[in-house]
Design a protein around this ligand. Sequence first.
Ligand code: HEC
Length: 167
Amino acid sequence: MKVAHKVLVGLAVGLLGIQLIPYGRNHTNPPVLAEPAWDSPRTREIFFRACADCHSNQTVWPWYSHIAPISWLIERDVLEGRAKFNVSEWTSVGGEGGEDAAETVQEGSMPPWLYTLTHPRARLSGAEKQAFIRGLMTTFGGEGSTADSEGRGEPEEQEEEHHKEGD
Ligand code: HEC
């Protein structure tokens, strides 16, 4: 057998072998206990498009999430994401992490770019992003919050102009 063949066979056997490792196969969605008081259905809709796979108990597990080693990465992301911020466990003991949500979207750290490659629905247009950031601030509070007494009313367009992504 040529070396290249040996390498290929070795890889194939290795890939089959790691499928037996139990980690990454337990794709559970624990019960939804309570959700935050969303400021609007739109905020919730965008959240479920761009964030909920890792920050709720309503994860949609794609087919490749069952195949090692991708499954390990995905399981880790979901478990870590849920541990930090989980909108399905918004109970008096569980609900936290939201105060950083608007900031992560503003900075562009969330949703993770790798996720947006495989989930085009999570790519937000500029306008969606601005509306979402405002919605997150109104719902969860947090840094740079403009959710003051005027709060839930109409978005202020001028304000938005100044904060347009300069990054
Ligand atoms: C692919 C999975 C995934 C998606 C999708 C995702 N996150 Fe995360 N998120 C994580 C992981 C993993 C962590 C914990 C590690 C870290 O902070 O990077 C995290 C951390 C966070 C935190 C806590 C950060 C901190 O500094 O404490 C917030 C807030 C957050 N995400 C908000 C969001 C929002 C809002 C969205 C949607 C726009 C989103 N995430 C989409 C995986 C994800």
